[in-house]
Design a protein around this ligand. Structure first.
Ligand code: HEC
Length: 200
């Protein structure tokens, strides 16, 4: 018993050494595989890709009626809730209704327990959009990371999915900012949110 135990411990000591020697005597690793064929994207191209796949148009582009219902009207790309579609009050669900959220036909305004939210104008319009001089790239990133309006103000309201969008890397958020500076500027003054009905 004593012999076999000490043999085992000898083996335990020797085996890693043997493995290390074996590793040292391996032939050199083969040359790395050639890099993928994906072309290098500029920040604006990357931003366009992220905005398109990140669903920003779903909420920030007003809809027009298509054969299967509302579809983004790309002539109004990312211009936010149309100022002409005036909403005066939140939707009040019937008592005991399981439905708590309502969306306008443009899918740019939502009513829910948070009141009514209107999607922002993300175009570079110098008066009403993201290049109005009030926003900067830094504030844009801060808002999406913190969920605070312009990075410091009130909470950003649902259904803006900032907890997810805010997880893009700095480079990706900068790319989104860069792309948003290149789209067609559209003058559209989005209204402020309407506070919730307190008696609900
Ligand atoms: C599900 C709907 C939805 C999607 C998808 C969405 N947004 Fe929004 N977004 C909103 C709403 C609603 C608001 C207004 C929120 C408010 O007033 O508090 C908003 C506001 C914003 C604001 C202004 C934030 C602030 O500080 O007031 C920015 C910037 C923004 N969105 C960028 C984006 C970008 C970029 C994408 C895509 C990557 C995107 N959003 C996708 C609904 C959405």
């Amino acid at each position: 018993m004593r012999v076999s135990l000490s043999r085992m411990s000898l083996l335990a000591v020797c085996l890693p050494v043997v493995a290390a020697i074996a590793a040292c005597s391996q032939p050199p690793a083969p040359a790395p595989a050639p890099k993928s064929e994906t072309p290098v994207q500029s920040p604006v191209e990357r931003g366009k890709y992220l905005v398109t796949t990140g669903l920003c148009n779903d909420c920030h582009t007003p809809k027009k009626m298509g054969p299967n219902g509302p579809e983004p009207d790309m002539d109004l790309e990312l211009s936010g809730h149309p100022e002409g579609m005036v909403v005066k009050a939140a939707y009040t669900p019937a008592k005991n209704s399981p439905w708590i959220v309502a969306g306008l036909g443009s899918l740019t305004a939502w009513s829910g327990p948070w009141g009514v939210s209107f999607t922002a104008n993300l175009t570079p319009d110098p008066n009403t959009g993201l290049r109005s001089g009030v926003w900067t790239e830094e504030l844009f990133i801060k808002a999406l990371r913190t969920g605070k309006h312009m990075g410091t103000g009130r909470d950003i309201l649902p259904p803006m999915p900032w907890p997810f969008i805010g997880q893009y890397s700095d480079a990706d958020l900068k790319a989104i900012w860069a792309y948003l500076g290149t789209i067609k500027p559209i003058k559209n003054h989005v209204p402020d949110p309407i506070p919730p009905v307190t008696s609900r």
